[in-house]
Design a protein around this ligand. Structure first.
Ligand code: PEP
Ligand code: MG
Length: 566
């Protein structure tokens, strides 16, 4: 039996078999082919190369990226069309009986070696272009995602260096029992999704591939970050009992599904859900959530081969709005960047992605995509239950600019005779300190505010929310965060505007009372946590919560505030 520790990011105990997968590395299992396969291999080359070229052309032609992004795309296309590339791959397949993947990989390895050896900035830059193209093409020919999924079953506990948010949902569909990763921490998007799905997960495990062998009995405890490999019978029995108890508690909470979210002394607290992908909707409906307070629309742009059309977006928004009607649906406009990477938006590499082009900045850089999203939202919005919200707002001017673009989209639709509702509510996410300090101006320009504590903590404390090595500095209970929430609430209430918290702090039981005491009107939480949070609201006395908040606001350290919350 061996025990190792990681960061607990999604609670619950799971017992299963370790399935170690190295997704970051593209593995080429088949290096050679038979003579009779030459023709089909060449056809595959033609088809897949053209597919990727068309994908790139589609981006260049239909969307006005800034010049730098456009240049990257044009270079990638040229690399794929280079006759030397085609000649090399074709010759390797026909003369050496290389598999397509092996031939592609040989060509790119050779060419990047040559460029890397030239001590020249220009050629060094070309290396990353060639590597990007190679990855793009090889992921297509290897159909990597499907290959990984076929290795999973309902006993698997997946062990990976890193996992993307969209991949969490794919493995969830394969009924895996839990996840363990090397990268990531509590507020990474993958962890957020795992919590929403109720999938136990541990992140931040050092040298994971070396430490956890494949195909062994394993127990993960998402409550305290413990991983046990080859447990003894006694340990296994102990965890089986904990697992049973957890299941029992979940069933008990189900009794709260139809209970109204109201404090013990009668204050009504609107309790909504966050979703990242439409699949989570089942949970939202099952737990009778009072609406969706944050619909992260990034999934439409992440891990996809092409950009979503306006029609596709319209159908998705409409379907979700109808399913939760008459409760509201708050659609947040695209917020890729940071740990949410989008290859189809081809944003280029950034030294500091969390401080780079993300959130509303991406929308302003890609106005066509922004307008397309607005039109889809407006078309889906024929009744009053859709609201729009902007991420990463740093000042009121961005709201004014976004509203102007919405007005242009409304004019476009009106001129085409397309109907939409006329009371669209507009909200801003408060997740950057500059937005906190100017929340009075932002509140005046908006109908509601929603505090994104995941980023607010990251930017206030200068701690990367995804970097496991600094996770001890990531403190939601820091006085600066608590005072920021208070300031935002006061500013919004001054202008009669509602304030929600949609960051993960709202899903953490220990913060619920404090947030209510600080005057927050609405909470939007991970669907998997909805009933637990409701249970906490029901137990809470609002007047006592206000006293707790008053005390917390006087304290100087996160430790003192945390002690108050126990
Ligand atoms: C947040 O930052 O708190 C938030 C809700 O947005 P996201 O986690 O998607 O960045
Ligand atoms: Mg955020």
């Amino acid at each position: 039996m061996k025990k190792i520790k990681g960061i607990p990011v999604s609670e619950g105990v799971a017992l299963g078999i370790s399935t170690v997968i190295e997704k970051d590395k593209l593995t080429i299992d088949r290096k050679s082919i038979l003579p009779e396969e030459i023709e089909s291999e060449l056809e595959r080359f033609e088809y897949d190369a053209n597919f990727v070229i068309h994908e790139i052309e589609h981006l260049i032609e239909n969307y006005t990226f800034n010049q730098e992004h456009k240049d990257i795309l044009i270079t990638q296309k040229m690399i794929l069309q280079d006759p030397e590339f085609h000649k090399s791959v074709t010759q390797q397949i026909t003369n050496n009986l290389s598999s397509l993947e092996h031939a592609i990989s040989n060509y790119f390895t050779e060419i990047t070696k040559i460029f890397s050896n030239m001590d020249n900035e220009f050629f060094a830059q070309r290396v990353s272009d060639y590597e990007d193209v190679a990855y793009r093409l090889l992921s297509r020919t290897l159909k990597q995602g499907e290959h990984i999924l076929s290795e999973l079953n309902e006993k698997s506990i997946l062990i990976m260096k890193n996992i993307t948010p969209s991949f969490v949902t794919k493995v969830f569909e394969k009924h895996v029992r839990g996840l363990v990763t090397e990268k990531g921490s509590r507020n990474s998007h993958s962890s957020i999704i795992a919590r929403s799905m109720g999938l136990p997960m541990i992140a931040g495990v050092r040298e994971i591939i070396e430490n956890i062998p494949h195909g062994r009995k394993i127990i993960i405890d998402g409550n305290n970050g413990e991983i046990i490999i080859d447990p003894t019978n006694t340990v296994q029995k102990k965890f089986e009992a904990i697992f049973e108890k957890e299941q029992e508690n979940r069933h008990k909470l189900d009794a709260l599904i139809d209970v109204k979210s109201i404090t013990a002394d009668g204050k009504v607290v609107k309790l909504m859900s966050n979703i990242e992908i439409p699949d989570e909707l089942n949970q939202v409906v099952k737990f009778h959530s009072e609406g969706i307070g944050l619909f992260r629309t990034e999934f439409l742009f992440i891990d996809k081969n092409k950009l979503p059309t306006e029609e596709e977006q319209y159908q998705i928004y409409k379907e979700i709005a109808e399913k939760i009607s008459p409760e509201p649906l708050v659609i947040r406009t695209i917020d890729v960047g940071g740990d949410k990477l989008s290859s189809i938006l081809n944003l280029g590499r950034e030294e500091n992605p969390n401080l780079g082009c993300r959130g509303i900045r991406i929308s302003f850089e890609n106005i066509q995509i922004f307008k397309q999203q607005f039109r889809a939202i407006l078309r889906a919005y024929t009744k009053e239950y859709i609201r729009i919200m902007f991420p990463m707002i740093s000042d009121v001017k961005e709201i004014v600019r976004a509203k102007k673009i919405i007005a242009q989209c409304m004019d476009q639709l009106t001129s085409k005779g397309i109907e939409f509702g006329n009371k669209l509510e507009i909200g801003a996410m408060i997740e950057i300190p500059s937005a906190v300090f100017t929340s009075d101006a932002i509140a005046r320009a908006c109908d509601f505010l929603s505090i994104g504590t995941n980023d607010l903590v990251q930017y206030t404390l200068a701690v990367d929310r995804d970097n496991e090595s600094v996770s001890t500095y990531y403190k939601p209970s820091h006085p600066s965060v608590i005072r920021s929430i208070k300031m935002t609430v006061e500013n919004a209430h001054k202008y009669g505007k509602r304030v929600a918290v949609c960051g993960e702090m709202a899903s953490e039981i220990k913060y619920v009372k404090l947030l209510l005491g600080l005057g927050v009107d609405e909470l939007s939480v991970s669907p998997g946590r909805l009933l637990k949070v409701k249970n906490e609201i029901l137990k809470c006395d609002f007047q006592q919560a206000e006293k707790l908040a008053e005390l917390a606001l006087q304290l100087d350290s996160s430790e003192e505030i945390s002690n108050l919350l126990i």
